[in-house]
Design a protein around this ligand. Structure first.
Ligand code: KE4
Length: 428
């Protein structure tokens, strides 16, 4: 695989965009080399500026669950664009996607649309603080909820990849209201609650973590959080930006049968256009302006093109009873194949998976939290990443990310991928 054109484009980008990218993880800093510039994509495949075809296991970090340039979404956006691109006024489309989302997701009566997962999680925390009249939140090391100040306290994803857990620019005043707990450690959460009686507004958690690689909740963890929140007047916020509409029609709440108080969405809900959302029961959502005192707003919130893409995506998922089973089967097939070839080649590894979220970690011990995720051998990961790239497979350019499986993948694609992993793992 040659990447001359991508390298040229990257050099030009670096002159006018910090680091040449509009989001740090894209810069390949943790794996080395220069980022791939995409020309177009269709189904499970990316086509880069050098004419290479890559099988895509990132899918825009989750949104392309039905494949790139999914025809119904493209059609919906194209048609809507002809009628105007933004009004800053209510449209029927927003009600349609809101009603559909509310019908698909348990425990929510109302939903507010914003433009990113960050905005959704930031707004959800403000709403929880306004509703409970408390200041503090608990988040988990290695979980990433976007780049709002309150969250960049040993965040996962890009911040973790860069090893700068506390980002400069976040004030001590902000940081003091964010308490950090260990994922899958209920006792740690309990002790934080006891040390801060009646001060904690919310616990925000990725119900299946995806920013340390994929880290599933251990048995009883989420149930314990639910109970601790209910007993202490704390709101449980599920950050379902990754898991929403991916792990099940109703997301992680449905799959794991846990009731959150506020749920945040992004990625899939926008069908590839900039959409985030947060939702809760009416009692909580009615605290939001213009009804209630908690302010939140956005010029492009509910943008008609984004809503058209999101509505088409959610309708496609809602009308396909077998989609989540197909994603489960395809990802299980991939997982079994990776186990087979890594074991055959005596590689030290572990695999985490929930549904169509999967990650490979180059360490023997189970990956259950930030610390164990950080034990992975990054030099091996770098070889793995670049080896697969040369085989025409694109996985996340960071060991602290999850692969996202798209239904557009065929079993031939999966076999091709497993064979590529076999080839590459002989070089690790
Ligand atoms: P955005 O603001 O990037 O739309 O969403 C932030 C966010 C919130 N919550 C979770 C669980 C998330 O995974 C994310 C964003 N995910 C990263 C990938 N790990 C986005 C990729 C990037 O930062 O470029």
């Amino acid at each position: 695989m040659l990447y001359q054109r991508s390298s040229q484009l990257f050099a030009e980008a670096e002159k006018v965009i910090p680091g040449g990218v509009n989001s740090p993880v894209r810069a390949f800093k943790s794996v080395g080399g220069t980022p791939i510039f995409v020309k177009q994509a269709k189904g499970a495949y990316l086509y880069d500026e050098d004419g290479n075809r890559l099988i895509d296991y990132i899918n825009s970090w989750g949104p392309m669950i039905l494949g790139h340039a999914y025809e119904p979404v493209v059609q919906a956006v194209t048609e809507k664009a002809k009628l105007g691109t933004s009004f800053g006024m209510p449209t029927e489309l927003e009600t349609q996607i809101a009603a559909l989302a509310v019908s698909m997701v348990p425990n929510i009566d109302k939903i507010r649309f914003v433009n990113s997962g960050t905005e959704a999680c930031m707004s959800a925390v403000r709403l929880a603080r306004g509703f409970t009249k408390r200041d503090k939140i608990i988040k988990f090391a290695g979980c990433y909820h976007g780049h709002s100040d309150s969250f960049l306290i040993q965040a996962g994803s890009g911040a973790m990849t860069f090893g700068t857990p506390n980002s400069p620019g976040v004030t001590a005043g902000t940081a003091k209201d964010t308490l950090l707990a260990k994922y899958n450690d209920l006792e740690n959460v309990r002790s934080l609650i006891e040390a801060n009686p009646n001060e904690i507004a919310a616990i925000i958690v990725e119900p299946v973590a995806g920013n340390m690689g994929c880290v599933p909740p251990t048995k009883g963890f989420l149930e314990g959080l639910r109970q601790l929140c209910s007993e202490n007047g704390i709101l449980l916020i599920f950050d379902e930006v990754m898991t929403g509409f991916r792990l099940a029609k109703g997301g992680a709440q449905e799959l794991l049968n846990i009731n959150a108080d506020i749920v945040c969405f992004g990625k899939v809900i926008g069908g590839g256009l900039p959409v985030g959302a947060f939702a809760a029961r009416e009692e909580i959502m009615n605290y939001l302006a213009p009804l209630g005192p908690v302010y939140q707003a956005g010029t492009l919130s509910g943008n008609p093109l984004a809503m058209a893409a999101g509505l088409s995506m959610l309708e496609s998922l809602n009308n396909d009873a077998a989609i989540f089973q197909r994603l489960e089967e395809k990802t299980a097939y991939l997982e079994a194949g990776i186990h087979r070839v890594l074991q055959a080649n005596n590689v030290v590894y572990t695999i985490n998976r929930v549904g169509s979220m999967i990650s490979v970690h180059f360490d023997a011990s189970p990956v259950v939290d930030f610390q164990t995720a950080a034990k992975g051998d990054n030099e091996t990961f770098k070889k793995f990443f670049h080896g697969l790239l040369q085989e025409g497979i694109y996985i996340a350019p960071s060991a602290y990310e999850t692969w996202f499986i798209t239904d557009a993948l065929t079993y031939e694609d999966l076999d091709f991928t497993i064979n590529a992993i076999d080839t590459v793992s002989k070089t690790l």
